[in-house]
Ligand binder design. Structure first.
Ligand code: 26Q
Length: 829
């Protein structure tokens, strides 16, 4: 049957009745409900299916065009894709939000309510996973031939509940009600092998060859998720792998006697894609994690190879058709996996296989914290991936020879640079493997990339300076302004048009409006409305009533010592003490909002959450405070909650110890939504300062150079404690049980740690932070001046679009070009 040819109406938008028909058809025939029996979740699903239909044709057309034109593709491999909700984003990118809202309204349905029925796709921990999601949006919007590759975890990031003031985790069974955005591809299956042993033989040319035999196998099955671009015809693919037992595909299984045993072993193998590891910045050496990393790496490389081989016989041209970006070291096994395929299956010589591999791969580093750098015990690799271990040794062998010839008689250097760490139990250093096996190594902000060259990877930089480069992170303005903050987006568009949606540099045109009193007034009103909305959520989720007239001071991110939520708490306690000490003082009313998850096994991070809620309990209920200070911890920080918090923030807390936060991306989302930043000279904060102007940001604390020097010279946190009475008072309250009267010692580990070690230099930065907070208070007393600076912050965010970041990757690393998809038939629903 031929599809009706409505190509002449390519640009026509569907009518309300078209949309209603499609929606009602799905409600009746896909969901099998009517207006009497449909729940809000059913209505959401009906809309999702109707919107999905609108993507289908563009998706097929995009994939065909890539194939037909034999475009060079980029593959973004990531253990995490933190996508959040999809419906609203699809409506925006298809340019049919208003149309759908109108059509549903006629049916008496509120489209916003429906969107809230959708569960977040929480397949990520935080920054790294959300960055991958923003990149997908930019890749599609810029018409780039790209694929995301990840794992379809059955359980995403855990749900955080606050019970008795502390974090309590429950599983995120996000697929329970079905996922309308995924398409299982039973036919796209790859065999993933584990264990077994390696045998040797000589090929016809007398070359030593290897076979990997007697393996235990698992199948990787593809689930495809469409990724539409904004305002164009492109729909790219995010392909997520799910583990399926090979038993399902083996007839012999039915003839075996041990039925239950067979099903048990099937379940064990399917566990591989069961759950996302919830620890970021903590490379836990768990075997299951290694299996997951190889599962993703192997399935993806096989898939890439399969797609390449449909068009090409000569594997030597692989790097001209394929670029693979490794999102941190987590998928680094893709390197030895590609080498293995080239050597053992394509029977290439080592030098040829290695050259192809290096030219294909590029690696992004996201952290300098030593505990987050992945290493795997040789013992475990030997057992699970014996052939890959051999290949890694061979890579190291060639590599160390090269080092020795470049830097003769430098044993110490060989030891430092080796892919194999020989101290204690032998380990494989995944970052070293990634650097050696890639033609590009990048950090995610200017400072971070400099630290990689000067410090963490200095030896490698000396060897291959041309490999090192910077790609400052970015965020997608489609989600983080247009979708999350509609009122502000509309206000901006009313003054400078819609160009910023695909060219964020356009926001600079707001600068000339920064002094316009009427515009400032409108700006203030939008912020006020967003704050009222958040205040309602806070009341609903925490039971605390906060005033939208107070300054909303926000720190939302994973809970980690290096991010220094505790420094924020020290300020809160100091502020509390000042209000108590001076009754009736004219201090600026503040609501301090925290949100973020702690890794379940991270004792100190969990204790920090307890302290925040405990301080809140004291401060919020103290009548002497007269509501001048409120402290709330919003549970279960995720993409959807973030979409409510960023638009309502006055002040953005970006206060990590200088030199520890690789980039940060929340900092960009806050500033884009008009929050002023209080921050250290760390990560992308530095570049934000450069863009918005030094006068429009509150900078405090040691620089990363000063941090290094202080640590080298010997740091004595207790000196600060002894010399600063307000700091002493705050720490004594934590240590003495002011916030834990039922258990006075509960928070002793926090104060003890700060006084004895203070690894992240909170006490060294305390005084400067407090001074900076006083400047914040003073500025907030002048609402129009605050509004002016807020406007200048939004106006300065042009650089931080992920479109800019992706354009740089495409040009400087991947060497790929846009592939414009022409409209054919549209809105065929
Ligand atoms: C590694 C091994 C085993 C288990 C877990 C992990 C693991 C998982 C996630 C290690 C690290 C992560 C996540 C790191 C991360 O999110 N880094 C952040 O990346 C952002 C995007 O570049 C930056 O903006 C942040 O500064 C950086 O902290």
């Amino acid at each position: 049957m031929n599809a009706p040819d409505n190509s002449t109406q390519a640009d026509a938008k569907p009518t309300p009745s078209d949309l209603q028909r499609s929606f009602l058809r799905h409600l009746k025939h896909t969901i099998v409900k009517d207006k009497y029996s449909a729940t809000p979740a059913d209505l959401y699903l009906a809309l999702a299916y109707a919107v999905r239909d609108m993507l289908a044709e563009r998706w097929l057309e995009t994939q065909q065009a890539y194939y037909r034109n034999n475009a060079k593709r980029v593959y973004y491999i990531s253990m995490e894709f933190l996508m959040g909700r999809t419906l609203g984003n699809s409506l925006i990118n298809l340019g049919i939000m208003e149309e759908w809202e109108g059509a549903l309204k006629q049916l008496g349905i509120d489209a916003t309510d429906l969107q809230e029925s959708e569960w977040d796709a929480g397949l990520g921990n935080g920054g790294l996973g959300r960055l991958a999601a923003c990149f997908l949006d930019s890749l599609a919007t810029m018409s780039l031939p790209a694929y995301g590759y990840g794992i379809r975890f059955e359980y995403g990031m855990f749900f955080q509940k606050i019970v008795d003031g502390g974090q309590y985790e429950t599983p995120d069974n996000w697929l329970r009600y079905g996922n309308p955005w995924e398409f299982g591809r039973q036919e796209h299956l790859h065999k993933i092998r584990y264990h077994g042993r390696v045998t040797e033989y000589r090929d016809e040319e007398g070359m030593q060859r290897h076979d990997w035999v007697d393996t235990h196998d698992v199948m990787a099955m593809a689930y495809d998720v469409p990724v539409p671009g904004y305002g164009n015809e492109t729909v790219n693919t995010l392909r997520l792998w799910s583990a399926k037992s090979t038993r399902d595909f083996e007839l012999s299984f039915f003839n075996q006697g041990n039925y239950i045993g067979a099903v048990e072993s099937k379940m064990r193998t399917e566990n591989i894609s069961k759950v996302l590891y919830p620890a970021d910045h903590m490379a836990e050496g768990k075997e299951l994690r290694l299996r997951q990393e190889y599962f993703l790496s192997s399935a993806t490389v096989q898939d890439i190879f399969y797609r390449f081989s449909k068009k090409h016989g000569d594997v030597s041209i692989l790097p001209t058709k394929v670029a693979i970006q490794l999102n941190d070291t987590h998928p680094t096994l893709a390197i030895p996996e590609l080498v293995r395929i080239l050597l053992d299956e394509k029977l290439l010589a080592w030098d040829d296989a290695w050259k192809i591999s290096v030219e294909t791969f590029a690696y992004t580093n996201h952290t300098v914290l030593p505990e987050a750098l992945e290493t795997w015990p040789v013992r475990i690799l030997e057992n699970i991936l014996p052939r890959h271990l051999q290949i890694i040794y061979q890579i190291n062998d060639h590599f160390l020879r090269e080092v020795a010839s470049r830097f003769p008689d430098d044993m110490e250097r060989l030891r430092r640079m080796s892919i194999v760490a020989e101290e204690g139990e032998k380990h494989i250093r995944m970052a070293h493997l990634a650097i050696v096996g890639s033609h590009s190594v990048n950090g995610v902000s200017a400072l971070h990339s400099q630290i990689l060259k000067d410090d963490l990877f200095h030896d490698f930089y000396e060897m291959w300076p041309e490999r090192f480069n910077n790609k400052t992170n970015g965020i997608t303005q489609r989600r983080w302004l247009k979708h999350a903050n509609r009122w502000l987006a509309d206000l901006v568009s009313s003054r400078i048009g819609h160009g910023w949606i695909t060219d964020l540099g356009e926001l600079a045109r707001l600068r000339e409006l920064a002094d316009d009193r009427e515009f400032q007034q409108q700006w203030i009103e939008v912020k006020q409305a967003n704050k009222r909305h958040l205040a309602d959520l806070i009341l609903r989720d925490t039971g605390v009533r906060v005033s939208a007239d107070s300054l909303f001071d926000c720190q939302t991110k994973r809970i980690h010592e290096y991010k220094r939520q505790l420094l924020n708490v020290l300020h809160v306690i100091t502020r509390y003490n000042r209000i108590k000490a001076t009754p009736g003082c004219a201090i600026t009313p503040r609501t301090v909002i925290f949100s973020g998850k702690a890794a379940p096994s991270y004792f100190m991070a969990k204790l920090i959450i307890q302290l925040i809620t405990a301080v809140g309990a004291v401060v919020n209920n103290d009548p002497a405070i007269h509501g001048l200070l409120k402290v709330v911890f919003m549970p279960n920080y995720n993409v959807s909650l973030a979409e409510c918090i960023f638009p309502a923030a006055d002040l953005s807390e970006q206060i990590s110890t200088a030199g520890t936060e690789a980039s940060g991306t929340g900092n960009m989302k806050y500033a884009l939504n008009g929050a002023l930043t209080i921050g250290t000279l760390d990560g992308a904060n530095i570049e934000i300062m450069e863009e918005v102007g030094r006068d429009n940001i509150f900078i405090f604390g040691l620089t990363s150079k000063q941090v290094t020097h202080l640590k080298r010279a010997g740091y004595h946190p207790r000196d600060h404690y002894l010399s600063d009475p307000e700091l002493k008072q705050a720490l004594d309250m934590i240590a003495g049980g002011t916030f834990s009267p039922d258990d006075p010692d509960r928070f002793r580990p926090i104060s003890d740690n700060l006084l004895a070690n203070d690894h992240y230099l909170l006490l060294a930065d305390y005084a400067s932070y407090i001074t900076s907070q006083e400047q914040v208070d003073r500025l907030y007393q002048e609402p129009y001046e605050w509004a002016r600076r807020s406007i200048l912050n939004t106006a300065g965010m042009g650089k931080f679009s992920s479109d800019r970041t992706i354009a740089e990757y495409a040009r400087e690393i991947w060497n790929i070009q846009p592939e414009i998809i022409r409209p054919t038939r549209r809105f065929n629903i």
